[in-house]
Ligand binder design. Structure first.
Ligand SMILES: CC(C)(COP(=O)(O)OP(=O)(O)OC[C@H]1O[C@@H](n2cnc3c(N)ncnc32)[C@H](O)[C@@H]1OP(=O)(O)O)[C@@H](O)C(=O)NCCC(=O)NCCSC(=O)/C=C/CC(=O)O
Ligand SMILES: Cc1cc2nc3c(=O)[nH]c(=O)nc-3n(C[C@H](O)[C@H](O)[C@H](O)COP(=O)(O)OP(=O)(O)OC[C@H]3O[C@@H](n4cnc5c(N)ncnc54)[C@H](O)[C@@H]3O)c2cc1C
Length: 642
């Protein structure tokens, strides 16, 4: 199963080997539990481990293999981030996709050797979503052949970029490029921020940390201002766009090609979210098979809480989602790598499809991951609320994904634009022009669902039902939009008035893609036992998801009430079938105790003894009487007694 999750037997084996090596290297372990550290201590601890990793990386992993590096980071540095998180996630990808060969030769080897640390600075205090209204400018000075970076006012300060505040000395900075008073829109520039020897900010640069956040606090998200700060012309990333010495602008082959670093992260973050969801579920499911509370049959001893159907209903559909996200994520990464290769050789025709797909997936996956992790926390009762479970930290980090790399509602609306265009093709009889991801919009569906009406239909009737509701909602939302415009409404106003319906279409389309990716994967599996276990999970997935969106299929009679009862019964049936496999389905992800960082989710199940140990090690317990008592509470009580 680990081979299915991680892509191949070799990958799964390598992960195991890497974890085993890390287990033997105490210098790479947290020196004390992270929740007992201050933010400064955590940053220090992370930097300590990061430098050891840089030294010893070659002994543990193949440093040229991104999957091995990712695993190493997760295990040693953990999900709260590290001082170089953005370096790998965005800085290097931005240079790889947007810098010319010559620029790459100059900067990439230095970045890969970690001679310099970089980040991606795009969002500003006043604008994150609306890139067209970013305010930082890069004005070309023809006389010196330099760009002059400037922050005209407070709202133009770069705000949020990870590791910008204290760790990075370089950044890819996005600024409006102005040449001879003409604004060419946002473009990426390579910018040195700090002196390479002293790490002091360079003259003309204002820089710092934006303060603590809901989670992810090892990352020093920062602010950045420029005061007429000069960089050479050749620091504009010039793979796709060029500015000649005389100010001539050579436009890119696609207007949005400069957004490729964001698409990169949106494609890769799906598996990261799946891992966080599976981690939280691993903790909750293991704990649920240790925790005994109450009886189902009063004549019997107390049961493991995992025996309760409500507990299974809380956890198992999310287990299915974690697998579904992992499989959909793997497909998306493959597609991304393909599109990137095409883009590098000048073919940009697939960019719109990839942008639409990743926008929808990023939104649905992060939202449902957040839901699943929060249910996992509640499933652990009181102990879930303790940092000893570590679930609240996982939750805090995961739901950051609903906001960064494009706010979820906004990204769903990006997919909706693509769906509406596709709907227009269908309406104008040009269905043959639909791309493969939306081809179903042009296919006539049966009048009613055949779920439970055709024996041995496998998952086909489910997929058709998802296709039906997605198509119907897309066409309905598009009709609403076109209808308003026909009535004379301006395009943008009409769009806003339909946006809730449009986003519903985007979610349904994305959920269909996820279901299909799961079905595709299960169909490919040869090992009969793995196929059986994943088929049960897939049954739970399609029935649970369909029940969740049933209103769309009920309102036009595509599904009947009796079919809904069947679907509901299937959910209950598969909860029971999955129960014996539940812990194994999560243990198959092979997270080590070092990586999970959870007292509650320990592999050995020795929860209570270790919770007590954990509590005793709380810094508050170093002394029996705190100074808050001697200084304030004791005098207060004494005064009250007088
Ligand atoms: C919302 C966005 C996409 C709007 O961008 P804008 O330039 O204003 O778009 P227009 O309205 O002019 O045009 C829309 C048009 O462009 C197509 N399009 C947009 N993006 C792409 C793309 N990447 N590839 C291909 N095509 C694209 C779109 O499909 C439309 O086509 P039509 O044919 O329908 O016209 C934009 O503002 C945006 O992306 N905003 C989100 C900002 C964001 O994601 N910021 C991330 C900052 S970095 C970060 O968060 C890091 C986090 C840390 C970590 O990851 O760990
Ligand atoms: C943990 C974290 C890490 C980050 N790291 C980085 C980084 O490394 N580099 C970087 O550059 N940035 C980074 N960011 C910034 C991040 O990319 C932005 O916060 C994000 O893109 C959302 O933009 P915003 O903050 O402007 O939200 P806003 O756009 O102000 O969103 C506020 C509300 O307005 C709604 N809204 C906005 N526009 C529209 C619209 N057109 N239609 C409908 N509704 C709309 C949104 O849906 C939302 O409900 C990070 C953010 C976080 C939280």
């Amino acid at each position: 199963m680990a081979a299915q999750i991680w892509g191949s037997e070799k990958r799964a084996r390598r992960r195991r080997e890497i974890s085993a090596k890390i287990a033997q290297m105490p210098e790479l372990h947290d020196s004390k539990p992270l929740p007992f550290m201050t933010r400064e201590e955590k940053i220090m601890e992370s930097a300590r481990k990061l430098t050891i990793l840089t030294e010893k990386m070659g002994q543990i992993i193949d440093p040229t293999d991104p999957a091995e590096l990712y695993h190493l980071n997760n295990e040693v540095l953990g999900l709260e981030g590290n001082p170089m998180a953005l370096h790998g996630v965005m800085f290097i990808p931005a240079l790889s996709a947007q810098a010319s060969d010559e620029q790459q030769a100059k900067w990439l080897p230095r970045a890969l050797r970690r001679e310099i640390i970089g980040t991606y600075a795009q969002t500003e205090l006043g604008h994150g979503t609306n890139l067209q209204n970013l305010e930082t400018t890069a004005t070309y000075d023809l006389a010196t052949q330099e760009f002059v970076l400037h922050t005209p006012q407070i709202t133009a300060l770069k705000w949020w970029p990870g590791n910008l505040g204290k760790s990075s000395n370089y950044a890819v900075v996005v600024a409006h490029m102005i040449i001879k008073a003409k604004n060419y829109g946002p473009h990426p520039f390579m910018v040195q921020l700090r002196d390479e020897k002293t790490h002091e900010p360079l003259p003309g640069i204002t820089i710092g940390d934006i303060g603590p956040k809901m989670a992810y606090n090892i990352v020093d998200n920062g602010f950045l201002g420029f005061n007429k700060y000069r960089i050479p012309r050749t620091n504009l990333l010039m793979r796709h766009t060029k500015v000649e010495a005389d100010g001539t602008y050579i436009k890119p082959p696609h207007a949005k090609i400069n957004y490729s670093a964001m698409v990169h992260v949106r494609a890769y973050m799906l598996t990261g979210q799946a891992i966080m969801l599976a981690s939280a579920l691993n903790i909750a499911t293991r704990y649920s098979s240790v925790r005994r509370q109450g009886q189902i049959d009063k004549s019997q001893p107390e049961v493991k809480v995992l025996e309760y159907q409500t507990q299974q209903h809380r956890l198992f559909p999310s287990i299915a989602r974690a697998y579904a996200f992992q499989f959909a994520g793997a497909e998306t990464v493959k597609l991304y790598e393909h599109v990137l290769k095409e883009m590098k050789s000048g073919n940009v025709s697939l960019m719109a499809d990839l942008h639409a797909l990743t926008s929808g997936l990023k939104s649905v996956v992060t939202y449902q991951t957040g839901e699943g992790i929060e249910q996992a926390r509640m499933a652990c009762g009181g102990h879930g609320y303790s940092m000893a479970s570590y679930i609240s930290e996982i939750y805090g980090v995961a739901i950051g994904g609903c906001t960064y790399e494009g706010e979820n509602m906004v990204m769903l609306l990006q997919l909706a634009r693509y769906l509406v265009k596709s709907a227009a093709l269908v309406k104008s009889g040009q269905s043959s022009k639909l791309g493969p991801l939306v081809a179903y919009l042009g296919v006539k569906s049966e009048p009613t669902s055949l779920i439970d009406r055709i024996p041995n239909s496998g998952f086909t009737e489910y997929v058709k039902t998802f296709q039906h509701v997605s198509k119907r909602q897309t066409l309905k939302a598009a009709d609403m939009f076109f209808g308003l415009m026909e009535k004379g409404e301006k395009r943008e106003i009409a769009w806003n008035k339909c946006s809730v319906e449009l986003n519903r279409a985007s979610r349904l389309h994305t959920r269909l893609f996820i279901v299909e990716a799961f079905v595709r994967r299960v169909n490919e599996i040869a090992d009969i036992r793995i196929k059986e276990a994943l088929t049960d999970l897939l049954h739970l997935h399609v029935n649970y998801e369909l029940l969740d969106i049933a209103s769309y299929a009920l309102e036009d009679g595509f599904l009947s009430a009796s079919q809904l009862d069947y679907i509901r019964d299937q959910v209950y049936l598969y909860l029971g079938k999955i129960r014996p496999n539940a812990v194994s389905l999560l243990d198959s992800w092979e997270f080590s105790d070092i990586e999970l960082r959870s007292v509650l989710g320990r592999r050995d199940g020795n929860v209570y003894e270790n919770l007590f140990k954990w509590a005793k090690s709380s810094p508050l317990n170093k002394t029996d009487v705190l100074s808050s008592v001697t200084q304030y509470l004791k005098p207060m009580m004494e005064k009250a007694r007088l």
